[in-house]
Design a protein around this ligand. Structure first.
Ligand SMILES: *Cc1c(COP(=O)(O)O)cnc(C)c1O
Length: 357
């Protein structure tokens, strides 16, 4: 293992009140950085104080968006020990995103080692009240100070940490979702399966328009036919129709392969229900509702874990799925996943990674 250089902070920050955390507003005392130089590979791993960084305005990432990110969480389990949820899955996905936007691969074992060191150092920042956690944001960006569209020759990887509360102000109350048949987030052959900045830039305008109409998020449809359900801006989507949970398949390459999605599929099967990963049209969703078969709609993602959807609006049709209250199935799924994360239930799928030996 490469040695990680440590630069000590002069002063440590005061920790925020856990009841006012919100999402992504506060950052811990330290971050991890590592640099890549062509010919030399990744080098100079460092844990240093979190803070502003000066770059030249010509920095490549500012202009051409060659950057990728991840999002995962650390918790304090019921024994007070810091743990992470499936971190290797995130690092492997970071490498898949890297490949798609011509960023060099990282050594996932080394970065996991560094991540554990960082979280162990910052473990006092892990909040413990209901619905809180330490959100971990690894990202890599192009750092050549030069114009011209081509892959950068230098990169920097950062890992920053943010103590967070619930992602949606609604908490576990169902959110209102607007089905966009006008704007497109990602296209077959595009970047949808990579966690890269461009996808989020593409989603802002439509999401803002939906928010002005009183919706929390947008449900994106496929770019070609505007009929196949894809995902929400930061979550994958699932529909429980009778005893079967249906979620869009990933093979089109325009959907982000969520780790919560993958975990939820395993838990739902374990609960004794069928899961189908396949194409599902928005018409099928509305037909299932009309037949009284659509019992649950929910999003899956690290930030909110499981987020119930209450209202769906598509064109001029609004449907109310659960009368404003989380349904028993969705609640049980949320509880089962979070109970594993918090160490309340047995880690029967081996998803929990201790931060300290
Ligand atoms: C991160 C993300 C998800 C959820 O992925 P998880 O691994 O479950 O956090 C879903 N959709 C998009 C667009 C995302 O960026």
């Amino acid at each position: 293992m490469q040695e990680i250089k440590f630069i000590k902070a002069q002063t440590l920050k005061e920790k925020p009140d856990e009841s006012t955390l919100g999402f992504g507003k506060y950052f811990t005392d330290y971050m991890f950085t590592m640099d890549y130089t062509e010919g030399e590979g990744w080098h100079s791993p460092t844990i240093c104080p979190y803070g502003a960084v000066a770059y030249e305005p010509s920095l490549m990432v500012y202009h051409y968006g060659q950057t990728i990110f991840e999002g995962l969480k650390a918790y304090k389990n019921t024994q007070g020990k810091p743990v992470m949820f499936r971190p290797m899955e995130n690092l492997m996905r970071l490498n898949r995103s890297a490949e798609r936007v011509c960023i060099p691969q990282i050594d996932v074992d080394f970065v996991l080692y560094a991540l554990k060191k960082l979280v162990a150092l910052e473990k006092d920042w892990i909040p413990t009240s209901d619905g809180t956690s330490l959100y971990i944001r690894p990202f890599i960006m192009a750092t050549d100070a030069a114009l011209g569209v081509h892959p950068s020759h230098t990169y920097r990887l950062y890992i920053i940490l943010s103590p967070v509360g619930r992602y949606y102000k609604e908490g576990l109350k169902p959110v209102k979702i607007y089905v966009s048949d006008k704007y497109v987030r990602a296209f077959e052959g595009g970047l949808g399966a990579a966690k890269t900045a461009a996808n989020y830039a593409a989603s802002l305008y439509g999401a803002e328009e939906a928010q002005k109409k009183g919706y929390t998020q947008v449900l994106w449809l496929d770019g070609k036919h505007h009929k196949y359900v894809e995902e929400v801006g930061t979550m994958n989507i699932m529909f429980k129709i009778g005893d079967t949970v249906v979620t869009p398949a990933l093979d089109r390459g325009s959907i982000l392969p969520g780790i919560t999605r993958k975990s939820a599929i395993q838990v739902i099967r374990d609960m004794g229900y069928k899961v189908e990963e396949r194409e599902i049209t928005i018409d099928e969703v509305y037909e299932a509702f009309d037949k009284g078969l659509l019992t649950d709609v929910f999003g899956t993602g690290t930030a909110a874990v499981i987020s119930p959807v209450g209202i769906l609006t598509w064109g001029d049709r609004t449907i109310d799925i659960c009368n404003g209250e989380i349904t028993p199935f969705t609640k049980e799924l949320y509880d089962r996943i979070t109970n594993i994360q918090l160490g309340i239930d047995e880690d029967k799928f081996s998803w929990i990674e201790p931060v300290e030996e």
